[in-house]
Design a protein around this ligand. Structure first.
Ligand code: NDP
Length: 458
């Protein structure tokens, strides 16, 4: 139990949290995400408790509009039939068509899908764009698979998913294990099945067939735009700051690129096996070649830069977090930073943490950062640049236009500045004491709850 939960005064809120825990008792990540959000909403709930109770607003908010689970059979390169499980969670469509990525990773299950879809509702509301919350994926593991196997899997996955999506219905994109290659195969199969060119049904597409410039960079760049705003607002200069970034996938690579462009010294990056430490600053071209071209392991960095160090993960704290840094950007996966790791970061002098990943900090770690005045940029605000730019891709598809890189990047920057402002003004209005986690949740909740109430009991 986190400190915030212990202090709840709203009986209604307590009841909904308890009920949700009982109903979803086997879904620990979903419960974790719910508790983090709901407990932080107390100041708003207390102001309108009667209305929310009468309209069962919270009970409806925590129940997905639709959970779709399906079989994905495919044949591997040895002629053996493989069967995976596919998901699409259409959590809340009050603001617009469901929107959220697809994750292909062996850890995927209903709990992880629901936590991601729930977070997505709030994230999408913060972008100011008309998109509802959804998420999907499969327990398929793309690691070590041939291109042919990836294609066959994507085709089988889409053969079911296409029944449930559409540019005005539900618009998936990438996430862990789903990048440009996978989106291409998924889009091809959708187009074949529909016999129509409906570009706006998927985002993260290649530039040749309806993709947007700057979409690939958007989540990482957006994270750094948010970080810059947060540090400025708290009178912390970016000058001479060192950075460590967990992960070396899409989000991590482009967070690194923007951090370096802002003059920061990024000294470490990682993958699930371990991290590289290069005190002179990470050579991002080398990382891109390993990860984007060869699809290799981060350890291979040392073959090109022998002066760097490699540290393998062993123990509960990933090796990267033992490295001293002013700014820490968890950009890999959920629950990467627990309370013990949070304390280690504090003792190493970290001043700010920016969540590039979804829910990379446990609730106890979040509470620790907030209570110890370490600035925390919450994922649902700080990594919203990806989905925001996906929505810009949808706009370009609808208008049959392509904007320049600079145009999209400028719109992204404005969106991130605006998201930070929303977090700051909720923090000011509710006197949260520099708590952007609660600020983001409250700002998003106001918009979602207004839309849900306006649309009646559905
Ligand atoms: P990628 O698949 O491109 O990269 C994921 C990175 O995280 C890899 O370096 C991977 O290492 C590492 N990783 C994955 N699982 C684990 C694990 N269990 N333990 C340690 N490391 C792990 O994914 P993205 O960069 O797209 O996504 C990263 C995070 O950002 C996710 O939480 C995602 O939900 C979130 N996000 C992504 C957005 C996007 O636009 N792509 C938008 C908003 C949020 P390895 O190769 O060894 O598995």
């Amino acid at each position: 139990m986190t400190t915030k939960e212990k202090q709840l005064n709203s009986e209604y809120l307590k009841k909904v949290i308890e009920m949700t825990e009982v109903k979803n008792c086997s879904e620990k990540e979903f419960i974790q995400a719910l508790k983090e959000v709901l407990s932080s909403l107390e100041p708003v709930i207390l102001k309108n408790e009667k209305l929310y109770k009468e309209t069962a607003l919270l009970e409806r908010l925590v129940e997905p509009e639709r959970v779709i689970s399906f079989r994905v059979p495919w044949v591997d390169d040895n002629g053996k039939v493989q069967v995976n499980r596919g998901f699409r969670i259409q959590f809340n469509g009050a603001i617009g068509p469901y929107k959220g990525g697809l994750r292909f990773h062996p850890s995927v299950n209903q709990s992880i899908m629901k936590f991601l879809a729930f977070e997505q509702i709030f994230k999408n509301a913060l972008t100011g764009l008309p998109i509802g919350g959804g998420k999907g994926g499969s327990d398929f593991d793309p690691k070590g698979k041939s291109d042919m196997e990836i294609m066959k899997f994507c085709q089988s996955f889409m053969s079911e998913l296409y029944k449930h999506i559409g540019h005005d219905v539900d618009v998936p994109a990438g996430d862990i294990g789903v990048g440009g290659r996978e989106i291409g195969y998924l889009f091809g199969q959708y187009r074949k099945l529909r016999n129509a060119y409906e570009a706006g049904v998927l985002t993260g597409k290649g530039l040749e067939y309806g993709g947007s410039l700057a979409r690939k960079e958007a989540t990482g760049y957006g994270l750094m735009y948010f970080m810059r705003e947060m540090l400025n607002a708290n009178n912390i200069s970016l000058e001479n700051k060192t950075v460590i970034i967990s992960g070396s996938g899409n989000v991590a690579i482009y967070a690194c690129e923007k951090a370096q462009a802002m003059g920061l010294n990024v000294v470490a990056m990682s993958d699930s096996a371990g991290c590289i430490y290069d005190e002179n600053g990470i050579n991002l071209d080398v990382v891109k070649e390993i990860k984007e071209v060869k699809r290799g392991r981060i350890k291979e960095y040392l073959e090109v830069v022998p002066t760097a160090k490699y540290m393998e993960n062993n123990g509960s704290t990933p090796a990267i977090y033992t490295i001293k840094a002013d700014i820490v950007l968890p950009c890999a996966t959920q629950n990467d930073i627990n309370l013990e790791t949070a304390k280690l970061l504090a003792s190493n002098g970290t001043v700010a943490v920016g969540e590039g990943a979804n829910m990379p900090c446990t609730n106890e770690a979040v509470d620790f950062f907030v209570e110890n005045k370490i600035l925390l940029a919450p994922g649902k605000a700080a990594n919203a640049g990806g989905v925001a730019t996906s929505a810009l891709e949808m706009s370009q598809n609808s208008m049959r236009q392509s904007w320049t890189f600079e145009e999209v990047d400028k719109k992204l920057e404005n969106i991130m500045v605006n998201i930070f402002k929303q977090c700051q003004s909720a923090d000011d209005e509710y006197e949260l004491g520099v708590n952007y986690v609660a600020g983001a949740n409250i700002a998003a909740f106001k918009k979602i709850s207004n839309a849900m109430i306006a649309q009646g009991i559905i």
